[in-house]
Design a protein around this ligand. Structure first.
Ligand SMILES: NCCCN[C@H]1CC[C@H](NCCCN)CC1
Length: 290
């Protein structure tokens, strides 16, 4: 009864609101406030420190794009690491790739994992995959400890720079990601909104161009319940076999057996993969010059 408004200093002067039917969970973990509510028109909603993380209605756009943009860009992903992503949605999407043999995940907040399993079973289904190894801890420390060249792909499914995920947007973290990737390995990170955060994106691009000697690209998608209705991704590859992010070499077949167990892809396809890298001029000017 009433409305939830997503008010934050990260997007001053604006706030997306959702009509609330019922609050289902409220708690405080060691890291953040955790809330789940039933909305009137977007299904259940997960909120961390007052920021919408996902809704049942549109999470497919974010989870499918952040996962398949990197994994469909390399021929045979085997070892994948997820930093963050405690809701399990990225795991659900990775498990559609039959070439993958090992999925490591490092999520700092156990409460997010437990709450997702309880209230979002169709998202937390990702945890049921036997290839998943869950580590509860700080992704920065996990990557520092990872042997060089451990992974074909790393997905950084983080919240925003204000809060526990702050370090995941800084240079030392990107350096540890680069070291943990094999030559020609790929990383995909949550990279904010071109409408709200061009300066953050500019700063991340500059850092990534210094660190990742393969290619550095920015892609974006539409997520109605994120502020400004869009969210972006930084896609980088390390020096080695060249990666052409804009043309998927490893297309995902929406009909193969793996996909049936996870339900169909609702958002991602090879055309939208390529289109995701097309940018409006104001963003292109900044991103492609950095
Ligand atoms: N697996 C879903 C995790 C969601 N990650 C983030 C949650 C916060 C959201 N703020 C958007 C801020 C404006 N760009 C970005 C995605």
């Amino acid at each position: 009864p009433g409305w939830f408004s997503e008010i934050s200093p990260m997007w001053p002067g604006e706030a997306h609101s959702l009509k609330v039917e019922k609050i289902l969970f409220q708690g405080k973990s060691d890291y953040q406030n955790v809330m789940v509510f039933q909305s009137s028109t977007y299904g259940k909603v997960l909120v961390l420190d007052g920021v919408i993380q996902l809704t049942e209605r549109d999470e497919c756009a974010y989870q499918e794009m952040i996962t398949h943009l990197p994994l469909c860009s390399i021929p045979n992903p085997k070892k994948v690491l997820v930093i963050g992503g405690g809701d399990g949605g990225v795991l659900r999407e990775i498990s559609r790739h039959s070439s993958v043999e090992q999925i490591d995940m490092c999520e700092i907040d156990k409460m997010v994992v437990n709450v997702s399993k309880q209230y979002f079973p169709d998202i937390a289904v990702g945890y049921e995959d036997p290839r998943v190894n869950l580590h509860i801890g700080d992704g920065v420390a996990f990557l520092k400890a990872a042997p060089a060249g451990s992974y074909d792909a790393i997905i950084v499914d983080s919240s925003d720079p204000i809060g526990p995920a702050q370090e995941l947007f800084e240079k030392p973290f990107f350096e540890s990601v680069s070291k943990a990737l094999r030559p020609g390995g790929v990383v995909c990170t949550q990279a904010e909104s071109i409408w709200l955060h061009m300066h953050i994106i500019e700063h991340i691009m500059a850092n990534c161009r210094q660190i990742f000697k393969g290619s550095v690209n920015y892609a974006w998608t539409t997520v109605p319940t994120y502020p400004s209705g869009v969210i972006g991704f930084m896609l980088c590859s390390t020096e080695g076999p060249p990666v052409d992010f804009k043309h998927p070499v490893n297309p995902i077949d929406a009909n193969d057996a793996y996909n049936k167990s996870k339900g169909p892809l609702k958002f991602y396809n090879s055309e939208i993969h390529t289109a995701a890298f097309c940018l409006p001029s104001f963003a292109k000017k900044v991103i492609e010059s950095k």
